[in-house]
Design a protein. Structure first.
Length: 262
């Protein structure tokens, strides 16, 4: 009876369905990162190469949710040198988009609190993630400065959400400049990445989580060679404007594709 009741609720209650799917998301991520910490710590050292393990664990989730991801511009990642990737940030589900396209030896910048999430935080540390406390601006700048110094030596790429927090609105938030300082200090290109809106199939406020389509567009790299600190404000605004225009465009394309499918 319990199983039947749960099945009926899952099928007919969007709220129950939503919480089940979110529980699967967090439970799945916690389970695999915990196993990575417990069983692989003796043989793994902190290294960006370990990100492929997280990608392998998380990538299948899109199939469980029925999310079809279309990637545009993947050829723009065909670079051997280091670079900084900047992406809009809407929801926890952005993790699925990140793992769909993240290149080798690319690590995200994450909030420092994640480091203290037990085995999950340890797995993220093993993967080479960069942890910053945004409340301590001087310390955060120093961490990014050191990251800039090591990008060429260790051939790493860095993934940053320049909005600084999740944003469900149609307009991107003003960008924090840390990622752009990082790229200019290291003299590496910036690769903008834009993920379309989830609103056609996911809304945390409405407790709605269905199958749907997602578009990720990778824009051509923006060079930073010969740029200095005085160029960062204009560089930041230029890239944000490009990403906003792209977001508006691909959201329209995704919605039209969804309507055609229906």
């Amino acid at each position: 009876i319990l199983v039947v009741g749960i099945s009926v609720l899952y099928r007919w209650s969007t709220t129950f369905n939503f919480y089940c799917k979110m529980a699967l998301f967090f439970g799945w991520c916690a389970f695999w990162t915990a196993n990575m910490s417990i069983y692989l710590t003796p043989v793994l050292r902190r290294n960006p190469d370990n990100m492929w393990l997280l990608r392998t664990f998380i990538w299948p989730l899109k199939h469980f949710y029925g999310i079809k991801i279309a990637v545009q511009g993947s050829e723009n990642l065909n670079m051997k040198e280091p670079y900084v990737m900047v992406c809009n940030h809407q929801t926890y589900l952005d993790l699925l988009g990140m793992m769909e396209i993240i290149p080798d030896r690319c690590v995200p910048v994450a909030k420092r609190e994640l480091l203290y999430w037990g085995l999950v935080g340890h797995a993220c540390w093993l993967s080479g993630m960069i942890f910053i406390d945004r409340r301590k601006k001087d310390e955060a700048r120093e961490i990014l400065r050191r990251a800039a110094q090591t990008m060429w030596r260790e051939n790493t790429r860095i993934w940053v959400y320049p909005e600084g927090t999740r944003n469900k609105e149609k307009t991107l938030l003003p960008f924090k400049r840390g990622a752009f300082h990082l790229a200019v200090q290291a003299q590496v290109p910036i690769v903008p990445v834009v993920i379309s809106s989830y609103r056609d199939f996911y809304c945390s406020k409405e407790k709605r989580f269905a199958a749907g389509n997602l578009t990720i567009r990778i824009l051509p790299k923006v060079e930073t060679k010969n740029l200095g600190p005085e160029d960062i404000p204009a560089l930041t605004d230029s890239i944000r404007n490009k990403m906003q225009d792209t977001y508006n465009e691909i959201c329209g394309e995704t919605s039209r594709g969804e309507d055609a499918r229906l």
